[in-house]
Ligand binder design. Structure first.
Ligand code: AMP
Length: 276
């Protein structure tokens, strides 16, 4: 497995791959857990070469967010990557990815990018689009793997590919959870034992919505109201039911519904969702 630290090395590595090889890209911010590993495993299973990027991207963090304290565990991440069969890890410094101060930036579609995460985290998706487009250009993947855990991000990146005619396919990967139900996240390490118990209200509320739907409840307001009763020890940012274009809907539509939740537990902000 190669460890590439700068753009030049990545470009020459990519050029060295045979033209008939299939390349999979897995973009991450590192501190790898089993959620990331499932993306990597899917890429390794379906491509001759998998490039894993590890980059804590400053432009997607707001000024009061956790960019400085975000966990950075590169050595351990490389061991995991190697054991999963990754061909190359791309782990650049910030100056390598952002050599210019005042760059061209992209914005998400107005009706998708400024609600939910985009409303609370000003400029977040501009930063995501900026880094993801750079990674796509540098690695020229055939397939790029993204988690359903970050539903809004996944849907906006799909639009990036569609709107700018990028020659690659986005592969959505299911959310991996801990045994207690909490969706794996690099931010879970911030939680104390008590906070973790409180955080479980997030997946429990989603599970409750699923049960109510299975028992015949379709009305979105009723589902949201019922689920809110479970959310006693977290500070809710939003709990919403939308279609796959992120537009709120009044009743569940099979194969076209998303339940989105974001809540704070202490200072830690967690997101989760349900694809229906
Ligand atoms: P991050 O390092 O948080 O930027 O995540 C990198 C990629 O891993 C993104 O596509 C995430 O959606 C995905 N991911 C993060 N957590 C999980 C999880 N628990 N299950 C599946 N994918 C995940």
């Amino acid at each position: 497995m190669q460890i590439l630290k700068n753009v030049e090395e990545l470009i020459s590595y990519r050029r060295s791959l045979p033209s008939n090889s299939n390349v999979g890209l897995v973009p991450t911010m590192g501190a790898l857990h089993k959620g990331h590993q499932s993306l990597i495993q899917q890429s390794v299973a379906n491509n001759s070469h998998t490039i894993l990027s590890i980059f804590v991207n400053p432009t997607q963090f707001g000024p009061t967010e956790d960019f400085d304290k975000y966990p950075r565990t590169l050595q351990k991440d490389c061991e995991i990557a190697k054991s999963c069969g990754v061909s190359a890890v791309f782990a650049p410094e910030v100056a390598e990815m952002y050599p210019n101060n005042d760059e061209i930036t992209l914005h998400p579609p107005k009706n998708m990018g400024y609600i939910f995460e985009g409303f609370i985290r000003d400029g977040h998706f501009d930063g995501v689009l900026q880094i993801v487009l750079k990674l796509f250009h540098l690695t020229q993947p055939h397939f790029a793997y993204f988690g359903q855990k970050d539903a809004q991000q996944l849907l906006i990146i799909k639009r990036l590919v569609k709107d700018t005619f990028l020659p690659l396919k986005i592969i959505p990967c299911p959310t991996i959870r801990d045994v207690d139900g909490l969706a794996l996240s690099s931010r879970n390490i911030y939680l104390s034992a008590t906070q973790r118990q409180h955080a479980l209200e997030i997946p429990q509320s989603l599970q409750y919505i699923k049960e109510l739907i299975n028992n015949g409840t379709e009305d979105a307001k009723t589902l949201i109201k019922s689920a809110k009763q479970i959310l006693k020890n977290v500070t809710l940012d939003y709990l919403a039911i939308t279609d796959y274009n992120l537009q709120e809907i009044s009743a569940i539509q099979p194969n076209n519904s998303l339940v989105l939740i974001a809540a704070k537990v202490g200072n830690t902000r967690l997101i989760d969702n349900l694809w229906l």
